[in-house]
Ligand binder design. Sequence first.
Ligand code: SF4
Ligand code: SF4
Length: 465
Amino acid sequence: MVESTQKVPEDGLRINLFPMAAHGFFRKYRDLSQWVLIAVFIALPWIKINGLPAILINLPDRRFTFFGLSFWGHDAPLLFFVLASFSLGLLLATSIWGRVWCGWACPQTITIDGIFRRIETLVEGNYIARKKLHEKPFDNEKIVKGAIKWLLFLTVSIILSHTFFAYFTGPGKLLSMALGSPSKNLTIFLIVNTTTLTILLNFGWFKERFCTIICPYGRLQSVLTDEDSLVVAYDEERGEPRKGSNTKSEEMGDCINCFKCVAVCPTGIDIRRGIQMECIACTSCIDACNEIMRITKKPKGLIRYESENGLKGEKTVFWKMKTNIYLGLTLLSVIGLFLFIFNRSGLDITVLRAHENPYQILKTSNEKTLIANHFTLNLKNQSSLKMEVDIIRVEKVEGTEIEIIAATLPVTILPGKSKKNHIFIKFLKSMLEKRSHHKFQLQITTKSKDITQKYIKEITLAGPV
Ligand code: SF4
Ligand code: SF4
């Protein structure tokens, strides 16, 4: 990576950039991916699965709903697998495709490029008109256009902040809070408005500065990518000596020094200086240069996705030790995530022996002694549906019968709720024979939405030897 071509001016004030719009192959697909991702972000809280929003992060109840599945506070290991899968997947993608995340999927670039810059262009015109307007003193045109632009920015920021909070409250609750008096939900009101203001300033004013100054992912590029990673790069071998350069060479390179690649760059760098940390791989310079190559009748790809080795004419090796390790770890995390989700029980059962005597001798009749054990049974509904829980009362064990008395069962348990029950298990003392305990499988049944499931919990029955 070379030193950035984008410098902070002597006075330390921000440089205002007015990137020219690029058109071409990558722009077309970036537009498509931006619209799809923005639409998914806005639509997800409104889509209902099993009567719940597709994604709902209910912090007060410590309940997380994800496409019909509900997770609770004690499912924290899931968070580990989600974060590990995402981070390792990002490491893998970066080591192969460089900053593909920044250019194609990061909310920062998508929102600026897909929404805010479009509004700016709509109201103030193309990059030349925007620059002129910025440089001229305040007059009616500048005030009116500025007011319209910031009003539209504010409207979008309100929609985005409310959509973001809909992921935490659900759209219905958010709507009723938004339409009600702010004093009723003062904390939420202040948080939502602070978020609106942050979105407005970040996307409307700070823009790609976030990528070049604050974002830690950008700073990590030099360690995450290597000479085989595909990055947006200028082919110096082919482009130089560029037109207008002080060279004695007879044969000129393909670069006509039109500066179009610089004009379209949202971070204001000159990619011809080499790979720079400020490059967010937006591909605008590829489209801009390809257009020039088309006009000058030269092959496309003077600026292209290429590895450092590829630029030197050497072979690019994607699959090597580093990428294989990233791939292996990513797969392990994803497998761990799926195993955790699919092996998760809908009913959490805890059986504890009651505090008093471990057993009671109930009666002696017909030379047979009956023993009773008292247990507390804690049942927690971990699913997203209402559940009716019952227990199998009588079971045959080794030629004798075990009777289970559970006065508080069957019971209906709402999603995420727990119920405590007392159960007494009666059995013949002869079942214990010479041992003081006997392992026994308690069978619990659940019914939700006509689906019946059976759970087994092993407990130990105790009695006198
Ligand atoms: S757009 Fe292409 S031809 Fe024009 S300056 Fe950039 S690299 Fe050179
Ligand atoms: S150098 Fe090219 S790819 Fe990188 S940010 Fe600038 S325009 Fe986008």
